[in-house]
Design a protein around this ligand. Structure first.
Ligand SMILES: Nc1ncnc2c1ncn2[C@@H]1O[C@H](COP(=O)(O)OP(=O)(O)OP(=O)(O)O)[C@@H](O)[C@H]1O
Ligand SMILES: Cc1cn([C@H]2C[C@H](O)[C@@H](COP(=O)(O)O)O2)c(=O)[nH]c1=O
Length: 209
């Protein structure tokens, strides 16, 4: 595929969405074709699956069901949106991808990183990101940031306790190590402008490689 698939990962409230949208604006201002998208979501069917997964009332959802729903949303999003854009040569910047499933469902929910990767292989068919930005921020600070954001709707995963979010962070450490060739760790505990500047500079260098 001709385009570039760039993913943004990290804990809740780390600043991924805010930075990602600024990066897309910067790329477009240089007339570089780039698209923002997100998981779970990005297209109608996957947005509908997102509503089911993140609905606060679905407290009875089984962990394997949760993992399969994320993988189903991922499959449809890849087929309908991501792969066609990559084939057109665009830069696709995606808010979360398979590493989220490995950290949240594989490690924090205890389903096993390898097991969750295996069900995702069925969904992604070896389509993996070219580059992943991991936004490094403590779960305490991330949850504090989203707590201050009144416009953000609290979802089912946000409501998990700090213990769960600490496990997510531990899971990401394992995954970042496993995929160190494609993961760039970004210190997200800085002024927003500094985070944007670093991500943009790493991305521009990557595009020239
Ligand atoms: N570097 C920063 N310093 C302080 N506040 C920030 C910074 N980056 C983002 N924020 C604020 O933190 C909140 C969460 O940001 P954002 O929604 O971008 O995070 P996220 O990583 O996408 O979170 P989630 O995965 O939970 O959706 C927002 O209110 C945003 O304005
Ligand atoms: C893709 C994906 C996401 N999650 C979790 C991570 C977040 O808690 C929510 C998504 O909300 P956001 O505001 O869009 O970040 O879902 C997950 O557990 N597994 C996944 O594969």
């Amino acid at each position: 595929m001709k385009g570039l698939f760039i993913t943004f990962e990290g804990p809740e409230g780390a600043g991924k969405t805010t930075v990602l949208q600024e990066i897309v604006k910067k790329l477009k201002s240089e007339e570089i074709p780039a698209q923002y998208t997100r998981e779970p979501g990005g297209i109608k069917i996957a947005e509908e699956i997102r509503q089911v997964i993140l609905n606060k009332e679905n407290t009875e959802m089984d962990s394997r069901t949760e993992a399969l729903l994320y993988a189903a949303a991922r499959r449809q999003h890849l087929i309908e949106k991501v792969i066609p854009l990559l084939e057109k040569g665009e830069i696709v910047l995606c808010d979360r991808f398979v590493d989220s499933s490995l950290a949240y469902q594989g490690y924090a929910r205890g389903l096993g990183i390898d097991e969750v990767f295996s069900i995702n292989q069925f969904a992604i068919h070896d389509v993996m990101p070219d580059l992943t930005f991991y936004f490094d921020l403590s779960p305490e600070k991330g949850l504090e940031r989203i707590g201050k954001n009144n416009s953000r709707e609290v979802n089912r995963l946000d409501l998990e306790g700090l213990h769960f979010h600490k496990k997510v962070q531990q899971g990401y450490k394992i995954i970042n190590d496993r995929f160190k060739n494609r993961v760039k760790i970004i210190d997200a505990d800085r002024a927003l402008e500094n985070v944007i500047d670093e991500v943009y500079s790493v991305l521009k260098s990557f595009m020239k490689r």
